[in-house]
Design a binder for this molecule. Structure first.
Ligand code: G6P
Length: 608
């Protein structure tokens, strides 16, 4: 992953580079660095830890410059350390920041070492610095050298390179990792995404695969992968800065949990009317494709994968269409057999997750009916490379643990399942109930958020736990998985999600009086089965925590039972996930972890 920023201007750009990095910390935060061109040549500062550590260092040294590049890292090759932090340098004034993975770095390293270059880090990135330097020494200008160097790189990269030999010039290049170009007033910018640049400009170009850009404060030239000058469309961003600020909330995650009523309402807006999912919401020609679909293959990672698992239940039960959901990193390395008229769906908050993108690219080589992306970032690679798109409208999600993106993905997937169901002739009453469910969903989430104080006090019972088990059945099984993922991601308590019926085949052996078991119990057809599984836990002295539909409270027995508003089958997975998010959040706060930036993780995983 990693976040990169570059600015060429005529004023001191140090603080803008650092605040740009702060906005990119969701991409990685184990070390950070900056290189600036100063009167004394290229100067570099690097620090292990977060951007704030680099900021303190900068405040002590008062380093400044009018042209610079900066980086926040998520370690792939080499431990988090100052020596491995970017920018990496070569010769007398060449510096590089990189996001991605260079797969042939070992071979290039050996070649460059044989040519006399010595390496000071364990990173794959350092080979880029020496490669460009070598080409420059052989007479190439910076643009030419970077272009030639990229031809030798296998893997994924977004890079920005600066050379003291050509002051004022930054050269950027991308393949497989994102890079945007921002236009300012007598200054220009490059960054991993627009959030880093929003305080500086609203005018952006999303660079295409293989693009190389020559950027100076007073002009920019983009070359495509064949080396021809190209114009790429300039987009005006209407993102409000408030959307990426934390406001009154202690953490982004808490803010984003509380934004869910609005983001779900936004995702549904203009897509349901007169008691039905409107045709045409998947783009022109989509309805004809959807009407012919005989199978569905869903691909995603992490939390998005859990949304895909819920969708499988919906698509099969509402539309009667076989549906498979698979983790992208597995799918991309097997040889899937594609049945005729299969719709290929990717789900991704960022639209840049490397494995999901690779799976999509593989699907493009195969005979799928169409490729549909469900994504939260309009200009993401996934969106641009898919045939059909349904945008979630969660707005920027900054907390590494995904919350509102998940609720909006489920809302979008419910629309898809219902659209497919309508073309297959679903029972009218069931359809009407499902639509009604979606219409009240934002209000139900708002009600569920009222449980916050109660969950906060419940969280105290989890602080000293080592393990936790989450149970659910049907569409609540993926919610159990998601509840467990949230808890482990941010509180570092080992947690597992299980289909409740599977308890007796193994995990029951773990249950004793020290093991908290969390069950999600909506008022559905599987309730009695779930109750039997809960009894199995009680009988072993396990500590049961139940989140149930208020209508079935009396049947839940004694102990910790929290009531959720009454809801139908479509609302249930979205709604029951909310208290699990709050539980994970409060446990993490009590344990004093870094809630928004949990250790070892990153939000946008643009490496394999
Ligand atoms: C990372 C994030 C998760 C996210 C997953 C997939 O692991 O920390 O929150 O669910 O990537 O990301 P995507 O952007 O494809 O939904």
């Amino acid at each position: 992953m990693c976040g990169i920023v570059g600015i060429s201007a005529q004023r001191d750009v140090t603080s803008d580079l650092l605040s740009g990095l702060k906005a990119l910390e969701y991409r990685g935060y184990d070390s950070a660095g900056i290189a600036l061109l100063t009167e004394r040549g290229m100067q570099r500062l690097r620090a292990k830890g977060k951007v704030r550590d680099l900021q303190s260092l900068q405040a002590q040294t008062r380093l400044s410059g009018v042209v610079g590049i900066a980086h926040t890292r998520w370690a792939t090759h080499g431990v988090p350390s100052e020596a491995n932090a970017h920018p990496h340098v070569s010769g007398d004034g060449l510096s590089v920041v990189h996001n991605g993975i260079i797969e042939n770095h070992a071979e290039l390293r050996a070649e460059l070492q044989a040519a006399g270059f010595s390496f000071t880090s364990q990173t794959d990135t350092e080979v880029i610095a020496h490669l460009v330097e070598q080409l420059q020494r052989n007479g190439a200008g910076l643009l030419e050298a970077v272009t030639a160097a990229t031809k030798r790189l296998h893997g994924a990269y977004a890079i920005v390179v600066m050379s003291a030999r050509e002051p004022g010039l930054l050269v950027g290049a991308r393949r497989g990792s994102p890079l945007v170009l921002g236009y300012g007033d007598d200054e220009n910018y490059l960054a991993s995404d627009i959030h880093a640049l929003l305080p500086l400009t609203r005018r952006f170009v999303y660079l295409a695969e293989g693009d190389v850009v020559e950027l100076r404060r007073d002009g920019v030239r983009i070359l495509d992968e064949r080396g021809a000058s190209v114009e790429r469309p300039v987009k005006e961003s209407s993102f409000s800065l408030d959307a990426v600020e934390r406001g009154e909330y202690r953490h982004y995650m808490l803010k984003e949990i509380h934004e869910q009523p609005q983001s779900v309402a936004d995702t549904l807006e203009g897509r349901i009317s007169g008691g039905r999912v409107l045709p045409g919401i998947f783009g022109s020609g989509a309805d004809e494709i959807l009407a012919k679909v005989k199978q569905v293959q869903i691909i995603a990672c992490g939390t998005s994968f859990h949304a895909g698992l819920v969708a499988r239940y919906w698509i099969e039960s509402l539309a009667g269409i076989p549906c498979h959901t698979e983790i992208a990193s597995e799918f991309r390395y097997r040889q899937p057999v594609v049945a005729p008229d299969t719709l290929f769906i990717t789900i991704s908050q960022s639209g840049e997750t490397a494995d999901t993108l690779a799976a999509l690219r593989m699907a493009k080589e195969r005979d799928y009916a169409a490729r549909l992306a469900i994504c939260n970032v309009p200009e993401a690679s996934l969106v641009r490379e898919s045939d059909l798109v349904l945008m979630t409208r969660a707005g920027p999600e900054i907390g590494v643990a995904s919350t509102k993106a998940f609720s909006t993905q489920l809302s979008a997937l419910a629309l898809l399942a219902l659209r497919l169901a309508e073309t297959r002739g679903i029972d009218a009453q069931r359809y009407a109930a499902a639509i009604a469910d979606l219409e009240v969903l934002p209000g139900l989430i708002r009600d569920a958020l009222q449980l916050d104080a109660e969950i906060k006090s419940l969280a105290e019972q989890f602080v000293d736990k080592q393990h936790a088990l989450f149970l659910g059945r049907g569409t609540q099984f993926p919610i159990a998985l998601e509840g467990a993922l949230k808890l482990k991601e941010i509180s570092y308590i080992h947690a597992e999600g299980y289909p409740a019926g599977e308890l007796k085949h193994g995990p029951l052996a773990l249950v004793d009086e020290t093991m908290p078991v969390i069950a999600v119990a909506p008022n559905d057809a599987l309730l009695d089965k779930l109750k039997s599984n809960m009894e199995e836990v009680r009988a072993r002295g396990g500590q049961l925590y139940v989140f149930c539909d208020t209508r079935i409270r009396h049947g839940m027995g004694e102990g910790h039972v929290l009531e959720l508003p009454a809801c139908g089958e479509i609302a249930a997975p979205v709604l029951f996930n909310v208290p699990l998010q709050l539980l994970a959040y409060h446990v993490a706060v009590l344990r004093g972890t870094d809630v928004d930036q949990p250790r070892n993780l990153a939000k946008s995983v643009t490496v394999e």
